[in-house]
Design a protein around this ligand. Sequence first.
Ligand code: PCA
Length: 204
Amino acid sequence: MSESRLVLLSGFEPFGGSDRNPSAELASLLAGATIGAFRVETTTLPVVTVEAGDVLSSFIDRLDPEFVIATGEDGGASAIRVERRAVNRRDFSQPDNSGTHLRGEAVIEGGPEALLTTLPVDAMIAASRSRGVPAETSLSAGTYLCNEVKYRILHRLRDEPHRRGGFIHVPRLPEQSRSPRGAVPMPIEQTLEGIRAMIAALAD
Ligand code: PCA
């Protein structure tokens, strides 16, 4: 039997006063899933500076995945957003879940200003859209925990070219508080379908 290829997908715990986070729900729905040639292992990260990246990195050590996809909630998104880059900057608009509020700091002192995803962004977006699930690319994962974790993964993966990785933002759930700037929330079933299509597209 041929061995399945491994995708490690992370979500984030709720933050900012919400009691849900669609990315954590995705992680629990996809735990142990088989999607085409891929087996999916998942974890949910704390919204805590440094710790989030450390937890994900220890999972990479343990599982040795071929793909690392971190996901998080973007209240301003109306589509699944495959992020193209991460910046070496912590500029939090609100404290993290441990109360730490950082502004104007580097994620990794001396690291490059920005790092680019190694995921096949266009193929992933096309795959989601082909299932009728809105998807788009984005050039900014913000300067909060999602950007931090994305930067940490991409910084690590520079020395591990056999592994590819990146970050996906997903819209809020209709059950959460209203999204800002008129953003349209997305039911978890739809988000799940889009992400499953994106994972299947990694095979090409
Ligand atoms: N979204 C936040 C952090 C955790 C999450 O799900 C962000 O966009 O940075």
